[in-house]
Ligand binder design. Structure first.
Ligand SMILES: Cc1cc2nc3c(=O)[nH]c(=O)nc-3n(C[C@H](O)[C@H](O)[C@H](O)COP(=O)(O)OP(=O)(O)OC[C@H]3O[C@@H](n4cnc5c(N)ncnc54)[C@H](O)[C@@H]3O)c2cc1C
Length: 530
């Protein structure tokens, strides 16, 4: 490790402020490395705010025999849950048994079944689902999350919202997470351990010098160069483009971009479990309780041709998701019920040799040692970001012999230092100490900030003490926190990534928010300046 840290020089320079870049930054900074991370836009602007928001093993990846990935992800669920009981929580998934359930025709399981039991070709029988769920329960170890159970939909409240032809279901466990908040909390923890987090700073080029990299960046403050002993390319969907265009390194490695869209409707049913639906086309789709008053439905799976930043939910995708859900729900889901939609692209590893359909869901870390080290990160899931970061550090450690040992398993993220099942108690305690908070406000603050909610509320004794009210419980006190502690710069950062209050605020309220943010930026007290 370098002896004396100069402002423009670091051990590690990371391109990309998604979950993988921020996870690696946090891990590395905690091991004593000096770290600079540059994100061209807002933290979690791209794929890491467009996920289905699950810490999950990925039940359907079992059909592709991706056992290593599924085991790692399953084991991670409880480790992550304990580290962030504010932004993540256990979720039960109801999987109705539908006689029309089909496989995607080219999965290894489908092919195997077609070979051994040709009369079952293409169908996904209930016993196979039970077998999959048995593996799911036992592959990764499970202490907190309850095991799979069987439901009679004619008696269980989960059956009420569904069409009467659905009689039986399985119910299994996974977890929900606020993906964009996960990213910002990793960035904050990295910064607390000494990392520099530069948002709205694009890496425009990088070249190898004798034993280090010289990295050129561009931000509102103008161009600036940095030096680093190692470079990490965590550009997500841009990773291949960065290797070839920004770093000018010839490579066949890249990513296959697969777009996934989600729609959000007003709450479709009145319990707190999710549904796992299977379509006759072999695909699966989730319906998940979202932000208390809404339901999240997704996802689609489409090859994406345009620029990664231009992924949008098309009308065809919206209609597909509506009719998918309407197959199952008693009350049809219509396009006019959709209040919001979003879309992101999965960066799936593609080594240039395999066919696109064989693109694996595994992440791949490739180390280029033709001079100062370059680590390229391909793929990855929100669920496996912490392990991915540990593996990335394992690859880089030979270049930093003084770096400390792995430390992130069991280390709470900011605000997550309370019991894994302590959410309800935290909400009650906050309401007791700040009796002017509405129940919704208290729940929202604990879900977003955990124990740090008290730092936002400070000495406030009445709602007026929190300053301007922007609507939907967003106050000036919270806005200042987001701008001075969480790198928020625009109204979009606040209402779609640090919070999801965009679902509740009116256009006029958002305009007032933007005006206030211009004023705060003019005061210069923000965390996001490059
Ligand atoms: C529809 C969908 C649903 C998903 N659901 C789940 C799920 O439920 N659970 C789960 O575990 N995983 C899920 N995933 C996978 C997961 O979301 C992604 O694997 C993960 O977010 C990728 O993170 P990343 O950091 O690699 O990429 P990104 O989040 O895309 O971050 C890369 C960043 O690099 C920045 N960048 C690019 N070029 C430059 C440059 N030149 N200079 C500076 N910055 C640059 C970009 O702006 C971007 O912010 C889902 C993915 C999709 C698409």
């Amino acid at each position: 490790m370098q002896e004396k840290m100069q402002p423009e020089t670091a051990d590690l320079f990371i391109i990309g402020g998604g979950i993988n870049g921020c996870g690696i930054a946090r891990d590395a900074a905690g091991r004593g490395l000096s770290v600079i991370l540059a994100e061209q836009d807002d933290l979690a602007q791209a794929t890491s705010s467009a996920s289905t928001k699950l810490f999950h093993g990925g039940l359907r990846y079992l059909e592709y025999f991706e056992f290593r990935l599924v085991r790692e992800a399953l084991a991670e669920r409880e480790i992550l849950l304990s580290a962030m009981p504010h932004i993540a929580w256990p979720m039960r998934f109801v999987l109705p048994l539908d006689p029309a359930m089909r496989f995607e025709g080219d999965t290894p399981t489908s092919r195997l079944l077609g070979l051994c039991m040709p009369w079952l070709k293409g169908s996904r029988p209930a016993w196979l689902i039970r077998l999959g769920l048995f593996l799911y329960d036992h592959l990764g170890g499970r202490k907190i999350l309850p095991a799979t159970s069987r439901l009679d939909l004619q008696d269980d409240p989960a059956g009420k919202a569904l069409k009467p032809y659905l009689k039986k279901a399985y119910e299994y466990s996974d977890c929900c997470v606020q993906d964009a908040r996960l990213v910002v909390l990793n960035a904050r923890d990295a910064a607390a351990k000494g990392a520099q987090i530069l948002t709205r700073t694009r890496v425009t080029g990088a070249r190898r010098a004798a034993d280090h990299w010289v990295i050129s960046t561009e931000s509102a403050a103008g161009p600036r160069d940095y030096r680093a002993r190692a470079l990490v390319n965590a550009g997500g969907p841009w990773v291949g483009q960065i290797i070839r265009d920004t770093l000018q390194i010839p490579s066949t490695e890249g990513v296959r971009l697969v777009r996934g869209s989600h729609i959000v409707t007003r709450r479709l049913y009145d319990h707190n479990r999710s549904y796992f639906f299977q379509g006759p086309d072999g695909r699966i789709c989730f319906a998940i309780p979202y932000e208390e008053d809404f339901t999240l439905i997704g996802t689609t799976d489409q090859d994406h041709q345009g620029a990664p930043g231009e992924a949008r939910c098309t009308e065809a995708e919206r209609d597909y998701l509506c009719s998918f859900a309407s197959r199952y729900f008693r009350q049809p889901v219509r396009p006019e019920d959709v209040v919001w939609s979003y879309s992101g692209v999965r960066p799936l590893y593609n080594d240039g040799a395999k066919s696109a359909t064989a693109a694996t869901r595994e992440y791949v870390l490739s180390l280029d040692q033709n001079g100062a080290p370059l680590l390229n990160v391909f793929g990855g899931k929100i669920t496996t970001y912490r392990r991915l970061a540990e593996h990335a550090l394992e690859k880089l450690l030979p270049f930093f012999p003084g770096a400390r040992a792995p430390w992130t398993a069991g280390a709470a993220l900011p605000g997550g230092d309370f019991a894994t099942d302590g959410y309800g108690a935290e909400v009650s305690a906050l309401q007791r100490d700040y009796p002017f908070l509405t129940p919704f406000h208290a729940r929202r603050l604990i879900r977003s900030y955990g124990t740090e909610a008290r730092q936002i509320l400070g000495e406030a004794r009445r709602a007026g003490d929190l300053g301007q009210d922007f609507g939907a419980t967003l106050s000036m006190a919270e806005l200042r926190w987001l701008m001075t502690r969480e790198y928020a710069r625009t109204a979009g950062d606040v209402i779609w990534r640090r919070t999801k209050l965009g679902l509740r605020l009116t256009e006029d309220e958002v305009a007032a928010l933007e005006t206030a943010m211009v004023q705060i930026r003019a005061e210069g007290a923000t965390t996001s300046a490059a």
